[in-house]
Design a protein around this ligand. Structure first.
Ligand code: GRF
Length: 225
């Protein structure tokens, strides 16, 4: 198999004004199931997010997210991390792909790799992530499990800008839900994901409309342009 695979596919037939050159161009990075990707695709198709998804990138060839992207006629790219000398080389490769596709913003949606500072600096304030807990609590890959194990009564979802520190960038939006006494991982995860699918498209909408202003650790949402 070649070192990487880039498959440009036909234009996204359902996206509103796909060819509008003033529209921001998003790359969504996924490693797995891609339910957030699906919510973002839906929001672009319905015109809630006025941007196009120019690329779905994955580090896992079998990520179901890639199937979702193909179904929506979105170009996909995959690169096998094992074939690169180190993390920076891998990230340089991704940056090359993003440059070719003229990507404006990177949206991490279940991407299970930590981007290097090299990458983050080149997309400073242009990378978003969603985390299944109320940051700064329960950072890392087990946000839902850790909240449940800790016994918190309230948990939630955070959308934030990505900086060089893990799960520590300025917070864009947060939403909370109650943890029920009889919650299991599955029942809580289901409610968290439902919340994510509302919150992430909303944060991306604000981003592409230029409504987010970062000032130090704070993100302000402009009421008007
Ligand atoms: C989500 O819970 C997100 O918060 C976390 O990874 C999960 C991805 O789920 N970063 P999906 O692949 O979008 O279904």
């Amino acid at each position: 198999m070649s070192r990487f695979l880039v498959k440009p596919v036909k234009a996204h037939k359902a996206a509103v004004c796909y060819h509008n050159p003033t529209m921001k161009n998003l790359a969504v990075f996924c490693s797995g199931f891609g339910s957030n990707l699906q919510a973002i695709i839906r929001a672009t198709q319905r015109g809630k997010i006025k941007a196009r998804i120019g690329l779905v990138f994955s580090d896992k060839i079998d990520a179901y997210a890639l199937v979702r992207a193909k179904r929506a006629h979105i170009p996909i790219a995959y690169a096998d991390p094992a074939r690169f000398k180190n993390r920076v080389d891998y990230d340089k490769h991704i940056l090359g792909v993003l440059q070719k596709k003229k990507i404006d913003f990177v949206v991490l949606a279940g991407f299970m790799r930590i981007l290097t500072p090299y990458f983050v600096r080149r997309f400073k304030n242009r990378i978003l992530n969603i985390h299944p807990a109320l940051l700064p609590l329960f950072k890392g890959v087990e946000g839902i499990k850790d909240a449940l194990r800790y016994g918190v009564k309230v948990t939630g979802v955070t959308v934030h800008f990505v900086n060089e520190e893990l799960d520590a960038g300025p917070v864009i939006l947060q939403a909370a839900i109650a943890v029920k006494e009889d919650d299991t991982f599955d029942s809580l995860a289901k409610r968290i994901h439902r919340l994510e699918h509302r919150l992430y498209p909303e944060a991306i909408r604000l981003l592409v409309q230029g409504k987010l202003v970062i000032s130090g650790r704070k993100v302000f949402i402009r009421k008007r342009k």
